[in-house]
Design a protein around this ligand. Structure first.
Ligand SMILES: [Zn+2]
Length: 128
């Protein structure tokens, strides 16, 4: 008599690495102007919340990247305006892959790729 012993345990191997970077598309996006936060509900059910000032500090546009490079060479900063007073005044989707913020100082060159945001949320998990 044959016993087809199906002794499989509940150990389900993950089908993909848990980075989720391949599928960094948001199911839902909320920009809270009052709290200055961006909340993203990802397709895989995860959600991330960013403070917009945090996003400004990692602004991916060429101008800000250059500024940050300069800061590494010369840490002295002379701020003409208080960076903490920058607020997002508007936001819009760029295609299906990114979000763009318009800041109170007129800055709007930063295009935040969702993969970048997803990575950022993994690298710096927000407050629980
Ligand atoms: Zn920028």
């Amino acid at each position: 008599m044959m016993t087809n012993q199906d002794n499989s345990t509940d150990k389900t191997p993950p089908t993909s690495p848990p980075t989720g970077l391949e599928d960094a598309s948001p199911a839902d996006l909320k920009v809270n102007m009052a709290a200055q936060t961006l909340r993203i509900q990802w397709q895989d059910g995860q959600s991330s919340e960013f403070s917009l000032s945090q996003l400004r500090r990692v602004c991916p546009c060429a101008t800000c990247r250059t500024e940050r490079d300069k800061k590494q060479e010369n840490p002295l900063q002379i701020l003409k305006t208080d960076p903490t007073s920058w607020r997002v005044t508007n936001a819009q989707l760029v295609g299906h892959y990114a979000i763009q913020f318009i800041w109170s100082d007129g800055h709007n060159a930063g295009i935040y790729d969702f993969r970048m945001l997803r990575k950022l949320s993994i690298d710096t998990p927000g407050p629980a």
